[in-house]
Each structure stands twice: as structure tokens, then as C-alpha cells.
Design a binder for this molecule. Structure first.
Ligand code: ATP
Length: 294
């Protein structure tokens, strides 16, 4: 659905992207992650043919990304600077519907899904950050694209809206759309995908975090040896680190069984700590380097 080959981009002497290659072979969600200024937006702009690369090619649905015929199959949600302050949300959607010959019914259906119908006739200058995000997302999915590129889709959304958007992305993907999204919210990323492209020094580190759905807990107890024998009896796999029990659980049922076994065996639980999610842990390994101060 998307093939990016050997993309290089420089701004003056700055090498922003240095030979980026990756593929989205099927409808799936892939996250693009990296610190501020690492080149995420630049790469998305190149994929969607808004910025020319110095080198390399992008193929969308088997055709070069410069081909006019892919126009209806690809959408790009950019940041809110692309919105016109003095137009309404409806005006923005109607413009896209007109250009792509989409029926008006699609505007209403999309707004229903996104939940921005109540303020569709307000001018964008009166929108909150979250309202602008909703409009941008509605604009991006209006044409039911096969490839959806989203730059920070969850930025500025309250928790309820973020959950709604997350579920929406999963539904869109299930219906056959490949999604490439950038986000700084690693917790949110973990909820929608375990495939992550980390951008570092202009290059990609591609990861499929297999244990992403797995939660790790550290449990502190008053009697470690008793706890270990109780859990062994129940065949619950557990490790010990600094007198704390470390357990990996695939679902809340394992955690409940663990706590029940400890409680009914008379072990006092003094602390439960949920450890970091997979992508957050990996992010720290990749980007956080020790700084030696003089
Ligand atoms: N038009 C431009 N002219 C000059 N430099 C640019 C241009 N666009 C981007 N850059 C530079 O390219 C680098 C990557 O910027 P980019 O916006 O792609 O990063 P980003 O990962 O999307 O950052 P953020 O997470 O802050 O949105 C930055 O150093 C930026 O200054």
C-alpha cells in the first residue's frame, strides 16, 4: 500500500532524512515516532508529495506518489495551520467534497462519526484546539482513503475524544485502510499498534514490539518466599528483583489470580507498580543518552 525507498532530504547543510526506506504492505497501523525536529512532518510531506525529496522514491498503491490517479486514495491530516479561520467547518468539508465529487451525504455521515456536527457551521476562528483536530480528521477521512497519513491526530484531544479517535482508527484500518500516524503520546500508540518507526539522526529504527500488549507489574509483599510458593502452586510465572515480585500479565485475569492467591495465602501486599509500556521503554533506550557534565 505504501513503499518508501531511500528518501534523503536536506535543508541547507542539515541532513533531515538520510536514506529512509520502509513498507506498509497491508492495511495496518504504523506509528512514526521521534523527538521534536527529527523529521516526522518532513517525511509525511514527502510521502504525500507536498515536499520533493533530494533523492528516493515513494510508491502508493503501486503508483508513484506524483501520479494524479492516487489523489482519491490518499489523505493527509496535517496540523491546524492548513485551516481557514474565516470559513466554517462545513465549508472546509464541502470544498473537499466538491474537488473529489463526493455526495453531500458523505459530509454529514463523516461529521456524525467524528462528532463535530454540533459546531460544523461555526467559523474556525472560534474553534478550540480539539475542535480543530476533529475537523482535520473529518477532512482526512471524508474520501474514505486507502492510505491515511496522520500528523499528530491526538494532539489537543480530551481523553473521551482521544478514545473515540483511537477506536475510529482501528475501525478504519479493519475496513482496509493503511494508516501511518505520528504521535508523541506513546501510551496512545500502544493502544493502536505495535509497529513503530523510530526516527533518529535521519534514519529509521523499525520495531515490532511483540510484548506491547503485555503489562508488567512489580508487586511488593511482606513475605517473598511464601508468596513465591503460593504462586508456584497456581502455576503463575513470576520473577524476583530486589525482594519484589515481577509478573507479566497478558490480561487482567492473571493479575486478579495473582492477587487472590497472595491474599488468600495470607501475604500482605504493600505496593503494586505498573511498569512502563513497551514503546515508552524502547523510546528511552533509543533517545535518552547520558550527558556527561564537565
Ligand atoms: N521548510 C523548511 N526549511 C528549512 N528547514 C526545515 C523546513 N522544514 C523543516 N525543516 C527542518 O527540518 C527538521 C525536521 O523538522 P520536522 O518539522 O520534519 O520535524 P518533526 O519531527 O515533525 O518535529 P515536531 O515533532 O516538532 O513536529 C527541523 O530541524 C526543521 O527545522
Amino acid at each position: 500500500m505504501l513503499k518508501v525507498e531511500n528518501i534523503r532530504k536536506t535543508y541547507g547543510k542539515e541532513v533531515v532524512l538520510d536514506g529512509i526506506s520502509f513498507e506498509l504492505p497491508k492495511p495496518e497501523i504504523v506509528a512514526l515516532v521521534g523527538p521534536n525536529g527529527s523529521g516526522k512532518s518532513t517525511l509525511m510531506n514527502i510521502i504525500t508529495n507536498l515536499t520533493p525529496p533530494d533523492n528516493g522514491t515513494v510508491t502508493v498503491l503501486g503508483k508513484p506518489n506524483t501520479s494524479p490517479s492516487i489523489f482519491k486514495d490518499i489523505s493527509f491530516m496535517q496540523d491546524n495551520t492548513v485551516l481557514y479561520e474565516y470559513l466554517t467547518g462545513y465549508d472546509h468539508l464541502q470544498f473537499i467534497a466538491d474537488v473529489q465529487s463526493l455526495p453531500e451525504a458523505d459530509i454529514l455521515e463523516t461529521s456524525e462519526i467524528i462528532g463535530n456536527k454540533p459546531y460544523l457551521n461555526k467559523k474556525v476562528k472560534n474553534y478550540s484546539l480539539g475542535m480543530k483536530q476533529h475537523l482535520l480528521l473529518a477532512m482526512a477521512i471524508l474520501n474514505k482513503p486507502k492510505l491515511l497519513i496522520l500528523d499528530e491526530p491526538l494532539n489537543g484531544l480530551d481523553p473521551t475524544s482521544a478514545i473515540r479517535v483511537r477506536n475510529l482508527l482501528l475501525q478504519i484500518q479493519e475496513r482496509g485502510t493503511a494508516i501511518l500516524l505520528s504521535s508523541h503520546n506513546l501510551g496512545e500508540i500502544d493502544q493502536v499498534t505495535n509497529k513503530i518507526l523510530f526516527l533518529k539522526d535521519g534514519m529509521l529504527i523499525q520495531e515490532k514490539l511483540t510484548d506491547i500488549q503485555e503489562l508488567n507489574y512489580n508487586i511488593s509483599v511482606d513475605n517473598t518466599s511464601l508468596a513465591l510458593s503460593l504462586l508456584k502452586e497456581k502455576e503463575i510465572i513470576v520473577s524476583v528483583d530486589n525482594d519484589r515480585l515481577g509478573i507479566k500479565v497478558q490480561n487482567s485475569h492473571t493479575l486478579q489470580r495473582t492477587l487472590e492467591a497472595l491474599y488468600s495465602g495470607g501475604v500482605l501486599i504493600t505496593d503494586i507498580e505498573k511498569k512502563r509500556s513497551g514503546s515508552e521503554e524502547r523510546y528511552r533506550q533509543i533517545y535518552e543518552q547520558k550527558v556527561n557534565l564537565p
